[in-house]
Design a protein around this ligand. Structure first.
Ligand SMILES: N[C@@H](CCC(=O)N[C@@H](CS)C(=O)NCC(=O)O)C(=O)O
Length: 373
């Protein structure tokens, strides 16, 4: 392609920007990376996609696309070589599920490790300040960053970063990172020797937050060299030597405990959100978006319990995963069922989510698919 006219707006500090940056590097798609300044964030992006959010990608045709999953879907169509979507059913389904889990479940962990340890703020202040108001004096930048930081801190309670839950979250994180360390000691990526959508979902947490913020980089990632090496592989353009996923649609045994945890913890979260979304639908005026957050939902986290607000958006990610299953022929669906049932995941396929459409950071019920009263 001669015209490298894709532009990605987003900060290295941002979870979902990290996901797309790693993807663009892997696919070797020519793009321009622009840090987001205040005007772009608060005015241009808001006007174009209806939300103050990053990342946003602008195509050569001047189409503005938000949401990391939609950006990747769009680029997969345009750049089908080296597809990140596995062709075999179990790896394909597992990859979408990993994307949903990486995107959604890990948010409280990433926000906890960033905002609970003040030493991380120096990097945040420097990078966000330079990005937001590039030509302004440092004291003005610091004030602007303080406002953004206050907004982000304001979300901590919503996503479950609550002091009384830190012990459960810390135990969970350390056990899960150990499992990933054991996996990456044996495999270069989640499903073999090249990354898939699932790796890009999981790296969202690991790139901007756990891997770059000083506290988690030192305390959580440095002691796990194989995990650290995977993050580095994800962040850099690929070496072309090994490009295969595991043969025969296998999922490595080292991921079995990870998927067991996903099924034991993430499915209850999805069920809890779905319950609340269904209750919120009847009073909702036609065409209106659901609130961004609903009431608390309590789910297992490791051996403990974890409470956070239910975000309807998370169901859109689950719908995306389940659509992959629904579009499979019967024999492929059977393979997926045979894989996830012994791991405790059968109830995922029974999740009956009202059809949802995405608008910025919110979802709207798709009225055409609601039951007729
Ligand atoms: N699901 C979206 C999430 C995007 C998102 O939450 N981005 C964060 C920065 S990493 C943000 O802009 N948050 C602003 C907010 O939550 O209001 C995606 O995949 O891009």
């Amino acid at each position: 392609m001669s015209n490298p006219a894709y532009t990605l707006y987003g900060w290295h500090l941002s979870y979902f920007t990290g996901k797309v940056l790693c993807y663009l590097n892997y696919k070797q798609i020519p793009f321009v990376h622009r840090e987001v300044d205040m005007t772009t964030l608060m005015w241009r992006i808001k006007r174009k996609v209806g939300a103050v959010v990053m990342p946003v990608m602008v195509t050569p045709e001047q189409q503005w696309i938000d949401d990391s999953s939609r950006i990747i879907d769009y680029l997969e169509q345009r750049f089908p070589d080296a597809s990140v979507v596995p062709t075999t059913p179990v790896q394909r389904f597992a990859s979408y599920l990993m994307e949903a889990w990486g995107d959604e479940w890990w948010v409280p962990i990433a926000m906890h490790t960033r905002w609970t340890y003040p030493e991380n703020y120096v990097l945040f202040e420097r990078e966000a300040g330079g990005a937001l108001l590039p030509n302004f004096p440092a004291f003005v930048q610091r004030r602007a960053v303080a406002k953004v930081a206050a907004t982000l801190r304001g979300m901590l309670h919503t996503v479950g970063v609550r002091a009384e839950q830190f012990a459960v979250m810390d135990l969970w994180t350390s056990a899960m990172l150990d499992l990933l360390e054991q996996h990456f000691a044996q495999h270069s990526f989640l499903f073999g020797e090249r990354p898939t959508l699932g790796d890009f979902g999981l790296v969202g947490t690991m790139y901007g937050h756990l891997g770059r913020d000083p506290w988690p980089a030192r305390e959580l990632i440095a002691p796990r060299p194989h995990l650290r090496a995977w993050i580095a592989r994800m962040a850099n353009a690929p070496s072309q030597s090994k490009t295969e996923l595991l043969a025969d649609d296998l999922i490595a045994d080292t991921l079995a405990p990870v998927f067991r945890a996903i099924f034991a913890e993430f499915i209850p979260l999805l069920e809890g959100i779905n319950h609340q979304v269904k209750a919120a639908l009847p009073p909702l005026q036609a065409g209106r978006a659901l609130p961004r957050g609903l009431a608390d939902v309590e789910v297992p986290m490791g051996a403990g319990r974890f409470r956070r607000k239910a975000l309807p958006y998370t169901l859109w990610m689950a719908q995306r995963t389940l659509d992959v299953y629904r579009q499979m022929p019967a024999d492929e669906q059977q393979s997926v069922r045979d894989w996830l049932t012994p791991l405790g995941g059968a109830s995922l396929l029974a999740l009956d989510i009202p059809r949802l459409k995405l608008h910025g950071l919110r979802v709207t019920p798709d009225l055409n698919s609601l039951p007729v009263k």
